[in-house]
Design a binder for this molecule. Structure first.
Ligand code: ADP
Ligand code: MG
Length: 708
């Protein structure tokens, strides 16, 4: 590589690196986005607006015009005479353009033809001077993904050279018998075809080329997925070779906990607890995902796992995505574990420096065994010399990229338990999450009353306000969730403040009336008839202390209604709350709506979730809300969500910019993923050298990206 590199000069190498091309092998796999047909010449007189065409002509004139703006306009005539003309129009041009378009020059041009003031014209055509019988290419011309300053021509030459100069770069690495059985085309043929397809393909083949379903594309996608599967298997093997502390436990603390919680584990909880406990007793680091719908009781399982580590003399880190959720966990576990005699260090961004230092010191010395906080706090690096187990809650809130970051952050030799309420789509489970073991909580704790869901137009918002007011006077509590405003946290905040003020004003006005109304008296409860309904507010910009105070007041029943932005989405547990109102429900993701709805239905009262939506709804929005309306099953909702939105959203990698898969598509290539998975197992068994060569071809330069 270095010799080629030196010859090409660093500038080109830098530009290639920017598009992910680090080695000449990578150029071979740098495949076109699309193609142009430069194999034919349409006679200049036959060029028509609306088509993309290549033609030839002789420059009749080339002049700079100033109206309506500065531009170069060049008029071409047919080389064999005649009246037909074609105008070339350049809004941005250099002196070199004028030099190349001297009258009398014969040029070959390519571009989209449109109607102009002088007849057909092409704006910013590709063009170059040619002799009388300049040969035409006999293949379609590839258009590659590129970057600023790297011209297609240059990239084409680099790719062609990389392919032609060393046959090893396109040599078959997969065993022949395997290929024959799987019906895949040869790698070299696929590469040759995709970089330079023949012109005038049959319509079906042309379509397959564009849609990337052509056998040549199938081979490339298969190879990419195979490399990913091989990499996953390699990663799994590397994990198996690592050593984590064996957490045998004594059962003393976990038994004490189970006596304190006041409920019996469901059969599903018993089962997953056994699975996790067995993993912890092994010296191979656990990487297990605990999946369970909202409210299925994951927290107690996390606590049991933590206690097994603590019984074994080790430390535990428990991470949650938000400060509110981390705090909820802290309180719940602190209450449970106080009776068991286990101290917890609370690592909050809002703690005074002194308290935080004390917590850190306790963990660093090993005196404190259990830490709870947000992921961010742990990412700053908290010293826990005896760390045996890391628990990561609401894993689905993080994309694949963050998952990788967390995984590689010093936690490598601890056991890991991830928890998620969102089931992983099947294709992701087979790819980016394939190295995880999965336990599923498929049973709800007893005594839950299903939440009734109502879809209500915003036009009837007034009725809902009145109804919520009435219910709260009877002692119920309600969450009121503000519309999600993705573009602007500030706007979202303003909306929350305004909504809070509106509800306070409405209910204090009607309080007088309600007091006098016969039969309006509620028995006990936080808000008696006649007293104004107390309304609290939580949003993401509040100081953590204020946030906690607002949550507390709601949890204790001092406020009846809690106006909230989506900060309450995950994990909040206030059993007395039985009403959830979500404004502009159509703006939320399905999983998010389901999570929000899961905040109610936790106590004895019949709970209701009101989804307010803005009329008229788009067809997609209608379909999505219908899913939440019809189903209470988080797994089913996630499946439908996936069908409507596609798995890209789950990857969460779009924002982080990690290139995950370049060619294969998790939505459409399910069958290929399965084949690649089987092939990876087979190859590692029967042809490990071929597997290694394949991995090197695909990931040699960028292993780190795909070792999900
Ligand atoms: P999630 O899986 O959404 O994190 P939680 O762990 O917060 O659910 O549990 C929801 C509620 O159910 C909590 O109040 C919890 O204490 C309670 N719970 C958990 N397991 C059981 C059980 N087996 N029986 C009764 N209640 C339970
Ligand atoms: Mg939870």
């Amino acid at each position: 590589m270095s010799a080629d590199r030196a010859k090409r000069g660093d500038a080109l190498a830098d530009k290639l690196a920017r598009i992910g091309v680090l080695r000449d092998e990578d150029l071979v796999l740098h495949l076109p986005l699309r193609y142009e047909d430069h194999t034919r010449i349409v006679p200049l007189g036959a060029v028509r607006a609306g088509a993309t065409a290549q033609t030839e002509g002789v420059v009749a004139s080339a002049q700079i015009q100033y109206r309506p703006r500065r531009q170069l306009v060049c008029l071409l005539r047919a080389p064999d005479g005649g009246d037909a003309t074609l105008a070339l129009r350049f809004f941005s041009f250099y002196p070199s353009h004028q030099k190349a378009l001297v009258p009398g020059t014969r040029v070959r041009v390519y571009g989209d033809v449109r109607d102009g003031p002088y007849g057909p014209e092409i704006v910013h055509p590709q063009f170059h001077a040619v002799g009388d019988d300049a040969p035409l290419p006999d293949r379609l011309t590839p258009v590659y993904p590129t970057t600023a300053g790297l011209a297609q021509d240059r990239l084409r030459k680099a790719v062609a050279r990389a392919i032609a100069s060393d046959p090893a770069r396109t040599a078959e690495v997969l065993p022949e018998a395997f290929l024959r059985r799987s019906g895949l085309v040869a790698f070299r043929d696929a590469i040759a075809f995709l970089h330079a397809p023949p012109p005038r393909l049959a319509p079906a083949a042309a379509r397959a080329l564009v849609e990337r379903t052509h056998p040549a594309w199938t081979r490339i996608k298969f190879d990419e997925l195979l490399a990913q599967q091989l990499s996953l298997k390699a990663h799994r093997k590397a994990r198996a070779a690592r050593r984590a502390p064996v957490l045998t436990g004594t059962g003393a603390l976990s038994r004490a906990l189970l006596e304190r919680v006041g409920f019996r584990l469901t059969a599903a909880q018993e089962r997953v607890w056994r699975e996790i406990a067995a993993d912890l007793r092994r010296s191979v680091p656990m990487q297990r995902l605990l999946q369970g719908d909202v409210g299925s009781g994951k927290t107690v399982i996390a606590a049991l796992a933590a206690l097994q580590a603590i019984e074994s003399g080790r430390q535990v880190a428990f991470m949650a995505p938000t400060e509110i959720l981390a705090e909820q966990h802290y309180r719940k576990l602190a209450a449970w574990l106080a009776g068991v005699g286990v101290e917890i260090a609370w690592l909050s961004g809002s703690l005074p420096a002194k308290a935080r230092r004390k917590a850190r010191e306790g963990l660093a010395s090993g005196a404190v065994r259990f830490a709870i906080g947000t992921h961010a706090l742990f990412q700053e690096g908290v010293a826990m010399p005896g760390l045996g187990l890391a628990i990561i809650d609401e894993q689905h809130r993080f994309g694949v990229a963050q998952r990788l970051a967390l995984r590689d952050r010093g936690l490598a030799d601890a056991h890991q338990l991830m928890m998620s309420a969102t089931p992983i789509p099947r294709t992701l489970a087979m790819t980016f999450y394939a190295d995880l073991d999965v336990s599923v909580l498929d049973e709800m704790p007893p005594g839950r009353t299903p939440v009734a869901t109502r879809l209500v137009s915003e036009k009837r918002r007034g009725e809902i306000i009145e109804w919520v007011g009435r219910m709260c006077r009877e002692g119920r509590q309600a969450y009121w969730v503000c519309p999600l405003i993705e573009e602007s946290e500030k706007l979202e905040l303003q909306t929350a403040v305004a909504l809070h003020a509106e509800l306070v004003a409405t209910w204090s006005d009607s309080a007088a009336g309600a007091a006098g109304a016969a039969g309006a008296a509620g028995a006990g409860g936080p808000a008696r008839a006649g007293t104004p309904i107390t309304v609290g507010l939580v949003h993401g910009r509040m100081k953590p202390d204020d946030k906690a105070a607002a949550m507390d007041a709601f949890a204790r029943g001092e406020t009846s209604v809690l106006v909230a932005t989506t900060v309450i989405e995950v994990g909040v547990d206030v059993p007395n709350a039985s009403i959830m109102v979500i404004e502009h429900a159509e703006r939320f993701g399905l999983a998010q709506l389901h999570q929000l709805r899961g905040r109610v239905g936790r106590g004895a009262a019949q709970s209701t979730c009101v989804l307010l939506f803005e009329d008229p709804l788009t067809a997609t929005a209608k379909a999505r809300l219908k899913v939440v309306y019809e189903s209470n099953d988080g797994f089913e909702i996630a499946r439908q969500d996936l069908a409507i939105r596609g798995p890209g959203e789950f990857l969460g990698a779009r924002q982080s910019g990690v290139p995950l898969l370049r060619f294969a598509d998790l939505e459409h290539d399910v069958e290929l993923i399965e084949r690649a998975r089987d092939a990876a197992a087979e190859l590692l068994q029967s042809a490990p050298a071929a597997a290694a060569r394949h991995l090197d071809r695909w990931l040699g330069g960028r292993q780190e990206f795909i070792k999900a």
